[in-house]
Ligand binder design. Structure first.
Ligand SMILES: [Fe+2]
Ligand SMILES: [Fe+2]
Length: 136
């Protein structure tokens, strides 16, 4: 799955951060197919732990600031993914092919159901809010 332009919301920081995750997903998926994913697996797990904290807080700040109607549900989804990643780290202390496949499935699922759906809705809200605000 490529980060198609049709998925861009026009909110620069949000599109940029989503692309970072999707690019990394594609890289590890390809590495896994070539059985060269061990070091990238460690990197991805570490990256995700940092990424979810930073990226989710930013989206949540904007949901608050721009009175996003879907705020509570969106926030719950973030919390569930943070938990999922934490559980994954606890269960998989090191690399294994099974762990790598599991991580790929979870990332793909998150990209398809959250980033390409819920986050797009949120992005459109932020974008229109900022557009109206800056209108003369
Ligand atoms: Fe989100
Ligand atoms: Fe997001």
């Amino acid at each position: 799955m490529a980060f198609d332009e049709k998925y861009e919301t026009g909110v620069v920081w949000q599109d940029f951060q989503h692309k970072q995750l999707i690019d990394l997903f594609q890289k590890i998926k390809e590495a896994r197919a070539n059985k060269k994913d061990e070091s990238l697996f460690r990197y991805t797990v570490a990256f995700l732990a940092m990424y979810v904290n930073h990226h989710f807080s930013l989206e949540e700040e904007y949901m608050e600031k721009y009175q996003y109607p879907g705020k509570d549900t969106h926030h719950k989804e973030h919390q569930a993914f943070v938990k999922e990643i934490k559980a994954f780290r606890d269960e998989n202390k090191g690399y294994s092919q099974r762990a790598s496949d599991d991580l790929l499935t979870r990332m793909e699922d998150w990209i398809l159901t959250h980033i390409l759906e819920d986050d797009q809705r949120l992005g459109r809200h932020i974008h229109s809010f900022e557009k109206n605000r800056s209108a003369p």
